[in-house]
Design a protein around this ligand. Structure first.
Ligand SMILES: [Zn+2]
Length: 596
């Protein structure tokens, strides 16, 4: 395995690998990008071609091409290995030591696939699926979409599917139950029952086209006590909070269009999709999760919400909008007015209107103000109160102070009030623990921190030089133990002083426990973008500062010692200490004058 990892690393370049996921910009000897793992507008993500590593100085995520693909695709090492092997054209030696958990996951995926195929077959080719197929067609879903989304039908009698899976495909009962699709019959016949029986089914695929679970919709004429939609329960594969319906089909279009439309439910996603609106995904309900936002963040930073028009009233929706705002998303709202109840209806009846509303999507805060004012009479006291209660919690959470101020003014205008009184009202909705950080920021920085900062800075300057071993041997020769306060760095410097290798080979030869420290320091050093001359001047300057600091510390200790000795009888000790003190003073002035 080790050899294959090395082989892949040899054949691929991290710049191309990461560059195939996010745009990289060359900057001197390294590449930068806005970090794909945390929301940011200015790039703090760095990639080094020389060392084949990356690091984000915003969220500290760091590693090699394998860890990048793992992190980015949210997959494990083995899966990342498969992806990169494909990219490198390396044939992986079949791994016989898959863990039980991996085998189980594979088995469940396989069963889910069979189930999806079975349901789909029942819908399009079996007499039992006839009325379900009619229903889907009547809803305007094309044959092509039925194929693409593998829409299906689960027969009312579970005997059909259990015969197929257990008798024909030889799957075990407990594996079927583990997929979440099936339960064990508690009464009557032995065997399994199908959770989705009698329903129209939609396989829930992840963005890599794997069937993780299903959702099922009741058909006309079903028992009215049944929930309209049900989903697979949480399983080893399916986590509701991680899934975005349609992302596997929409991801390329989202990247191209630079925004994503978010709707509720399968039909609202499929209808616009088959009308050519391809950058669209569906969530369940009106709130989205952090995991879903992280997934979307890989492709875009603009969301257009096309959710139920009264979503502004839901606290779950409010939380998810707050979350998206802090993650740096630009959030807009597609309004269908009173004309249509949802995107499915709108796009079918009037695609031009849908298109036009899409272009006119309102910034989320405008939408919330406008829709709330439209639903309440701002000239009455009760109306004003309602409006404030709905809108202020949203405005209170806007992270950008200028934008926040803007909307406070807009709201004041709408309800005939002043920005000042709204600002006063909004304090009720501001979380009391927000100003906490200020107190730590203003506390004095301990002296030791300054030294540590200087040491780290110096080290990053040395390591990012063209030939770090030469620089260190030249400039650190009379202070080889300068870094002893930071043992990990001192170890690195010791190795460097004894080395005669290029930075690439030096990096490869490092023991695993030193690598992360080295990589971080190295990339930091590259980010300064110094010329060799500038770097040398800077190194000398920092060494001088550090030496000065060390001498001053010693002087302080000695002067305290002298003060104590002056009250004692030991004249000899006093005079040698004073001599030592004077010697240090001379050294200090020498060091200070030798600086650049
Ligand atoms: Zn980051």
């Amino acid at each position: 395995m080790e050899n294959q990892v090395e082989e892949i690393k040899r054949k691929l370049n991290i710049v191309n690998v990461i560059g195939s996921y996010i745009p990289l910009k060359k900057k001197g000897r390294h590449y930068t990008a806005c970090c794909p793992f945390h929301g940011e507008k200015t790039p703090s993500f760095m990639v080094s071609e020389e060392l084949q590593i990356y690091k984000c100085f915003g969220c500290s995520k760091a590693g090699d091409m394998f860890s990048f693909v793992e992190e980015y695709e949210k997959i494990d090492f083995k899966e990342a290995l498969e992806e990169l092997a494909k990219m490198a054209g390396v044939q992986l030696v079949k791994n016989t030591q898959a863990t039980t958990a991996e085998l189980q996951k594979k088995k469940l995926l396989e069963i889910n696939n069979e189930v999806a195929r079975f349901y789909h077959f029942m819908l399009i080719s079996h007499p039992l699926g006839k009325s379900a197929l009619e229903y889907v067609s009547n809803r305007g879903i094309t044959k092509q979409s039925i194929e693409q989304f593998k829409i299906g039908f689960a027969p009312r009698d579970s005997q059909y599917i259990s015969t197929y899976l257990i008798d024909k495909k030889k799957y075990h009962l407990h594996d079927l139950v583990a997929t979440g699709t099936f339960g064990v019959n508690r009464y009557g016949k032995s065997g399994v029952y199908d959770r989705f029986s009698g329903r129209l089914t939609f396989p829930l695929l992840d963005y890599r086209d794997r069937v993780l679970g299903f959702s099922g919709r009741v058909l006309p004429g079903a028992d009215t006590n049944q929930a309209k939609y049900i989903n697979s329960p949480e399983t080893d594969l399916y986590h509701k909070s991680h899934l975005l319906f349609g992302l596997n089909f929409a991801k390329d279009a989202i990247r191209e269009q630079k925004y994503v439309i978010i709707v509720e439910g399968e039909f609202d996603m499929i209808a616009p999709f088959q009308h050519g609106v391809k950058n669209i995904v569906a969530i369940k309900g009106t709130a989205f999760t952090k995991e879903q936002l992280e997934l979307l963040h890989r492709y875009t930073d603009t969301l257009i919400l096309a959710l139920d028009s009264d979503f502004a009233g839901s606290s779950a929706a409010r939380r998810s909008i707050e979350l998206a705002d802090t993650m740096g998303f630009d959030i807009k709202v597609l309004s269908l007015g009173d004309k249509f109840k949802d995107p499915d209806e709108a796009i079918k009846a009037d695609p031009a209107f849908f298109d036009q509303q899409l272009k006119k999507a309102l910034p989320i805060w405008d939408f919330i103000i406008q829709s709330t004012v439209a639903g309440n009479d701002p000239t009455t006291i009760k109306g004003k109160k309602n409006i404030l209660e709905i809108v202020l919690p949203f405005l209170a959470k806007i992270t950008n102070a200028v934008i926040k101020d803007d909307y406070i003014r807009k709201l004041a205008l709408e309800i005939g009030s002043t920005p000042e009184s709204i600002k006063q009202e909004i304090t009720h909705y501001t979380s009391p623990n927000t100003p906490k950080q200020i107190s730590t920021a203003t506390s004095p920085i301990p002296l030791a921190t300054k030294k540590v900062n200087q040491l780290e800075y110096l080290c990053s300057l040395i390591f990012s030089a063209k030939n770090p071993h030469k620089v260190s041997q030249k400039l650190l020769k009379d202070t080889p133990d300068l870094f002893q306060d930071i043992p990990l760095i001192q170890k690195l410097i010791d190795l460097l002083l004894a080395s005669s290798e290029t930075v690439e080979l030096f990096h490869q030869s490092l023991p695993a426990e030193l690598k992360p420290t080295f990589e971080s320091i190295y990339l930091k050093g590259l980010s300064y973008n110094f010329t060799s001359d500038q770097r040398r001047v800077e190194i000398v300057k920092v060494i001088t500062t550090l030496k000065t600091m060390a001498i001053k510390d010693k002087l302080k200790v000695l002067s305290q010692k002298i003060a104590l000795l002056e009250n004692q009888d030991d004249i000899d000790l006093l005079s040698t200490t004073v001599l030592e003190y004077n010697k240090l003073l001379r050294l200090l002035s020498q060091v200070e004058s030798s600086g650049p």
